[in-house]
Ligand binder design. Structure first.
Ligand code: SF4
Length: 270
């Protein structure tokens, strides 16, 4: 950010439409958020490549998804080191002892200390760490309501739904069609629960990627003339505990993880 001196210089790069797709109310609010390093500039989907390249120094465009995640993690760790972690633990109803806050990601312990150092029971990949840190920073602590809603009903959901379908629901549906142990494995690995839901799916499972952020995955088997379907539902309190970007990242991570597991299974069964 060295050669940017004020938010107006960032604002000038934006299209001024105030379309809110970056989750800010206005382009100006977004410019301020970028200036304060609360948001990466590429969170505005309307910047053209030339602008991004020209302002490469400002944007610090990472080369790979992993680098981007690593950067995001570092930024979030720094932010967490600046907050009162014991208060955050109270807000989230999480454990706080020995200067560390502990939550469970899919039932596995994950901790961060007051200096921003992370530790976890098992390896937790970047797709989970970014949402977990955002949850610790911004989660309201509101308890799940037990009312399930779709991704499109979440704040910022409609404009991201096409991506969500493409990167999260469709890959899982394809897996569920061919890999019959998918849900059994999900329940085992992720400490989930099979339930009878009021949605008339053939299979419904509930997972807890984060303590106050459950998701329900429903699958309809193919029937004569009807394709199978898979949808992921969220608790009505989700917007209070996790932002839409983190939600998307988390579900993308789940889909990627199971694609890997299924590949591994396929290799074993041959
Ligand atoms: S997404 Fe871009 S154009 Fe839309 S409000 Fe945000 S900054 Fe402005």
């Amino acid at each position: 950010m060295s050669h940017i001196n004020n938010p107006m210089e960032i604002y000038k790069l934006l299209n001024g439409s105030n379309c809110k797709e970056c989750n800010e109310q206005t382009c100006l609010a977004f410019a301020v958020a970028v200036f304060k390093e609360k948001k990466p500039i590429h969170a505005c989907p309307h910047l053209d490549k030339k602008v991004l390249e020209q302002y490469g120094g400002v944007v610090e465009k990472p080369n790979t998804v992993d680098e981007y995640k690593a950067e995001a993690i570092e930024m979030l760790k720094r932010k967490i080191s600046l907050i009162d972690l014991s208060k955050a633990a109270q807000r989230l109803g999480a454990r706080f002892s020995d200067n560390r806050l502990t939550i469970k990601i899919f039932g596995k312990k994950f901790s961060i200390d007051t200096r921003g150092n992370l530790s976890s029971e098992v390896h937790i990949n970047a797709y989970m760490v970014v949402p977990a840190l955002n949850y610790i920073l911004n989660g309201s602590g509101k308890s799940p309501q037990g009312n399930w809603i779709t991704f499109r009903e979440l704040k910022g959901g409609p404009s991201r739904y096409a991506h969500f379908q493409q990167r999260c629901e469709k890959p899982l549906k394809r897996l569920a069609d061919t890999y019959t142990d998918l849900f059994k494995d999900m329940l085992e690995i992720f400490d989930g629960k099979k339930i009878v839901s009021n949605i008339d799916s053939d299979i419904s499972i509930i997972l807890h990627p984060l303590p106050l952020f459950p998701i329900m995955i429903c699958y309809w088997k193919p029937e004569e003339g009807l394709e199978s379907a898979l949808h992921i539902y969220f608790d009505a309190s989700s917007d209070d505990n996790l932002d839409i970007e983190s939600n998307y990242t988390l579900n993308e991570g789940i889909a990627l993880m199971f694609e890997k597991i299924a590949l591994h299974h396929g290799a074993q069964n041959q």
